[in-house]
Design a protein around this ligand. Structure first.
Ligand code: DOR
Ligand code: ZN
Length: 348
């Protein structure tokens, strides 16, 4: 079988992105809008997007920052807190303004201080979400300081997710940015109420990329990249065609000075080359026939949304493509993700 050199697919969606606000929003949004029809917009702003009214204001800011010729649709999320009101969540979902609620365990990552400490406190909200078919998006890591950072996802599954699932068997749940074989196996053990997003960077880098030969802050993200066997499990899941796995870039821009410092922020800015890198991974795995499912079909099916009518074309070039340029802000730059491999694919 010859490798295709052109992929003409339904416009992809990004099922997990950080668009930020202010100047950063203005500068990163054109990248997302150029390659994706829709995106699930993370609510971990400061202050977080907690209520439906906050999501409405944030959505308006996004639409105002959108280049005029783009028909990109932001899908809004709420940031779950222990005082989130079920009635507000329900009203947001039923009005079509809010698509999902994001659960950050308090302290798990950037701007998660207002997250949830005691899962039982949110049971009334989850009860309503289960009843109305509203997805819960989960940052699946425990924050117990006694748990090694490389084990936090696996321990979360055993101690938090499995018990939560028992309480809410029909809750639609996305395990965000899976990074472990345990995560893949967990999703595979579930029925179609559970799905997972996978990032391009976790398909490409393992923890050695971040730590061998000098510490590389631009490969630091959360959940942190794991050992090679996990990366291989993620690639197998992404390319399997299983409808429970779909692309979420987790593109999370931070200025270079906030990453190259004594206590650097977690987050990788990958949106400019996310699709090209993902296509390269699928080519390496001889699974280009599953590429469209992963980037354009599976997520829409899980969220119960139509596939985008617009199309997107990627072409395989004869030479490896240059890295995207860094993003320039007025006072800083954001480093574009370097996948440390040749990428021949390009969105045309
Ligand atoms: O690496 C990450 N960056 N992981 C997260 O969970 C949050 C994100 C951010 O907002 O910077
Ligand atoms: Zn994220």
């Amino acid at each position: 079988m010859t490798t295709p050199t052109r992929l003409d697919i339904a416009m992809p969606d990004d099922w997990h992105v950080h668009l930020r606000h202010g100047e950063m929003l203005e500068k990163v949004l054109p990248y997302t809008a150029a390659h994706f029809g829709r995106a699930i917009v993370m609510p971990n702003l400061q202050p977080p997007v907690v209520r439906t009214a906050d999501a409405q204001a944030y959505r308006e800011a996004i639409l105002a920052a959108l280049p005029t010729n783009q028909c990109f649709q932001p899908l809004m999320t709420l940031y779950m807190t222990e005082t989130t009101e079920a009635a507000d969540v329900k009203a947001g979902f039923e009005s079509g303004l809010v698509t999902a609620v994001k659960l950050y365990p308090a302290g798990a990552t950037t701007n998660s201080a207002a997250g949830v400490k005691d899962l039982e406190k949110i049971y009334p909200v989850l009860e309503v979400m289960q009843a109305i078919g509203m997805p819960l998006l989960v940052h699946g890591e425990v924050v117990d300081p006694a748990v090694d950072i490389f084990d936090r996802e696996a321990v979360f599954i055993e101690t938090k997710l499995i018990p939560l699932r028992k309480q809410f068997p029909n809750l639609k749940l996305v395990f965000e940015h899976l990074t472990t074989k345990e995560g893949v196996d967990y999703v595979l053990s579930c029925d179609s109420h559970t799905a997972a997003s996978l990032t391009p960077h976790h398909l490409v880098i393992n923890r050695n990329a971040m730590l061998v030969g000098g510490i590389k802050p631009h490969y630091y993200c959360l959940p942190v990249a794991k050992r090679e066997s996990h990366r291989l499990a993620l690639r197998a899941a992404a390319t399997s065609g299983d409808r429970r796995f779909f692309l979420g870039t987790d593109s999370a821009p931070h200025p270079i000075h906030a990453k190259e410092t004594a206590c650097g922020c977690a987050g990788i800015f990958n949106v400019a080359n996310a699709l090209a890198i993902t296509a390269q991974v699928f080519e390496q795995e001889q699974a280009l026939d599953q590429f469209e499912s992963f980037v354009s079909l599976n997520g829409a099916a899980f969220y119960g949304l139509p596939v985008n009518k617009e199309r997107l074309v990627l072409e395989r070039q004869s030479e490896p493509q240059a890295l995207p340029a860094n993003l320039k802000l007025s006072q800083a730059e954001v480093q574009a993700f370097d996948p440390m491999m040749d990428v021949y694919w390009q969105v045309v």
